[in-house]
Design a protein around this ligand. Structure first.
Ligand code: 13P
Ligand code: SF4
Length: 321
């Protein structure tokens, strides 16, 4: 699906407050839970019942007893919520907000790869479509990948679609053979070692925290590598006044709220969509959240057989962690 965002007029502080009040009122009336990823806009994070990384949000979606889940994140996250809790109405405030990395591998490509590597266990990053999940043995997130893959009996692992995360995992599990798909997360993979070194030169006392979706040359410079939640924990508690944070800039809002005593420095270079952030994550806006919940539109619907097959690798991941 093409990604195109209609420009929305900038809202005043009062308009934001008013919409946020309306969203919360609707959520209570309709018994809806609002889940948001850390990369969401601050005004969207502020109406959420729960903010988390991919793993935490999957868990929340699986266990909620709300009637409606409004998922403020990208499409694969909404699909995962629907797969894990199929009787709920899952609403995606912007159906055009997909993850470019998830779209870098198709179910057909996985089926072909299976023929080439019949002896391998197929591991998919949670950042994949439901159709791809339906073809693999187990899913992982960046928070649990090493732990899950170490527990698998197979010697040979086909990991998809993120080459950066796959390479980082492979380094930590040298006893296994890895075949990596060549996908990547555009915003993370485009941070360069040069700009990180420049920031370190400017702030020599700062610690460096990096998401494993980043290029290996950037990961090499890190004092800490981890998922978004793991970075949040590290950066707000590490014994350093400043932390250079190499992940999507949406996290800055939570970092500052959690520990305002520290300074968090993010790279400022533009990525492929001419922004410093993940443009599809930011495709979820407060007016869209409001309209979607009010009219109960943009419901996530998946074919039953795909849901059943895709549930197995996700549940296997949750069991192994
Ligand atoms: P985590 O939330 O697991 O850190 O993944 C980052 C990401 O890019 C989500 O799309
Ligand atoms: Fe996909 Fe990267 Fe955006 Fe996450 S940050 S949604 S992995 S493109």
């Amino acid at each position: 699906m093409a990604v195109s965002f209609t420009l929305e007029k900038e809202l005043s502080r009062d308009e934001i407050k008013d919409l946020q009040r309306k969203v919360r009122k609707l959520a209570e009336e309709k018994r809806a839970v609002i889940l948001a990823h850390y990369y969401q806009r601050p005004e969207v994070q502020d109406v959420a019942d729960f903010i988390g990384d991919s793993l935490e949000l999957s868990r929340k979606a699986a266990e909620t007893d709300a009637d409606i889940i409004v998922f403020c994140g990208v499409r694969f996250m909404c699909e995962t919520a629907k797969i894990l809790n199929p009787t709920k109405k899952v609403l995606h405030p912007n159906p055009e907000s997909g993850c470019p990395m998830a779209d870098m591998v198709t179910a057909e490509q996985v089926r072909l790869l299976r023929k080439k590597h019949p002896d391998a266990t197929f591991v998919a990053y949670i950042n994949t479509t439901a159709e791809v999940k339906a073809e693999v043995d187990v899913c992982v997130t960046s928070a649990n990948a090493v732990k899950v893959i170490k527990k698998l009996p197979a010697k040979k692992i086909v990991f998809l679609p993120d080459q950066a995360l796959g390479g980082w995992i492979a380094k930590q599990i040298p006893e296994k053979e890895f075949v990596l798909w060549r996908g990547f997360c555009p915003p993370h993979f485009e941070f360069t070692a040069k700009e990180v070194l420049k920031l370190k030169e400017k702030y020599p006392d700062a610690k460096i925290a990096v998401h494993p979706e980043c290029h290996p040359k950037v990961v090499e410079l890190a004092d800490f590598v981890g998922s978004t939640s793991q970075i949040l924990k590290y950066a707000t508690t590490v014994n350093a006044k400043r932390v250079i944070v190499i992940t999507e800039v949406g996290l800055k809002y939570t970092l500052q709220k959690k520990n305002p005593e520290k300074e968090y420095i993010f790279p400022e270079s533009m990525n492929y969509c001419g922004t410093v952030y993940c443009c599809t994550m930011k495709g979820i806006t407060l007016p869209k959240v409001y309209e979607t919940l009010k009219n109960e539109t943009n419901e996530v619907i998946l074919p039953k057989d795909i849901m059943e097959r895709a549930r197995k690798p996700i549940e296997r991941m949750l069991e192994l962690t």
